[in-house]
Design a protein around this ligand. Structure first.
Ligand code: ADP
Ligand code: MG
Length: 252
């Protein structure tokens, strides 16, 4: 039997629902993400994209449904993986970089490995330096975040997430808060990561990135997955009227 036939999914979501108060925001999401796959999620503001990502690493508790990582059920809580283990398998990068302002770049990157992973300091520093090199910021090792541009801060935030050796990286509009001229340097780092085989789920409005880098695109609207497929299909042959309208509004 071929190995791929039996491979478990990096992420599998079934019937995921999430309500805030009496408003249902996610109304039944099914999602399968393969190991090494790059999936971009697109859709109008308010469609539930951030809520979905936040449910995936249990920053929000789903109202119903199941979520598993590599075959381990993480929701409903099964005891096989605790919250801390889930969080350490999943790196998350937000629109706002949220670096510690009173810590240097290096100290931002080594903080979680030291505290959560209990790594020894020399090891944590060595790893952090190699990640800073990877995102092109080794020379900023000892400065504070306030002296960095937004693009540089976001690259540090990516290095910080990678320092925990995540199996999956989630990105929620990582370039939306950046000045246009700084977007490219962050997308480049993400593109390199994708090329290395990282499993990535990226909520983005950067349609060129989605077209070039995604293996698959998911279009969400009003709390459901309306359409999904490879970029060539999603961009050239949208099936639903909603996706057609969305693409017209973002691509002009
Ligand atoms: P998107 O990321 O696609 O723009 P969100 O997931 O942020 O959408 O939001 C979807 C809907 O859920 C919005 O109507 C938003 O107001 C609502 N929402 C998100 N978070 C909360 C919350 N913590 N409490 C109440 N409503 C929320
Ligand atoms: Mg959002």
């Amino acid at each position: 039997m071929s190995e791929t036939a039996v491979k478990t999914k990096a992420i599998e979501v079934n019937g995921l629902r999430k309500s805030f108060g009496n408003q249902e925001i996610l109304t039944g999401i099914d999602l399968k993400i393969n190991d090494g796959e790059v999936v971009c999620i697109i859709g109008p503001s308010g469609s539930g994209k951030s809520t979905l990502l936040r449910c995936l690493n249990l920053l929000e508790g789903p109202s119903d449904g199941t979520i598993s990582f590599n075959g381990d059920v993480i929701f409903p809580s099964s005891g096989s993986l605790n919250l801390r283990e889930v969080r350490s398998k999943v790196g998350m990068v937000f629109q706002q970089f949220n670096l510690w302002p009173h810590k240097t770049v290096l100290n931002n990157v080594i903080e979680a490995p030291l505290l959560v992973r209990k790594r020894n300091k020399a090891e944590a520093i060595e790893k952090a330096e190699s990640l800073l090199r990877k995102v092109g910021l080794m020379e900023k090792r000892d400065v504070y975040p306030s002296s960095l541009s937004g693009g540089q801060q976001q690259r540090v935030a990516i290095a910080r997430a990678l320092a925990m050796d995540p199996k999956i990286m989630l990105f929620d509009e990582p370039t939306s808060a950046l000045d246009p001229e700084l977007v490219g340097e962050v997308l480049k780092v993400m593109k390199d990561l994708a090329a290395e085989g990282m499993t990535m789920v990226v909520v983005t409005h950067e349609m060129n990135f989605a077209r070039d880098v995604a293996d698959r695109i998911i279009f969400m609207d009003q709390g459901v997955v309306v359409e999904e497929g490879p970029p060539s299909e999603i961009f050239s042959q949208p099936k639903s009227e909603r996706l057609r309208q969305f693409l017209t509004s973002v691509l002009g």
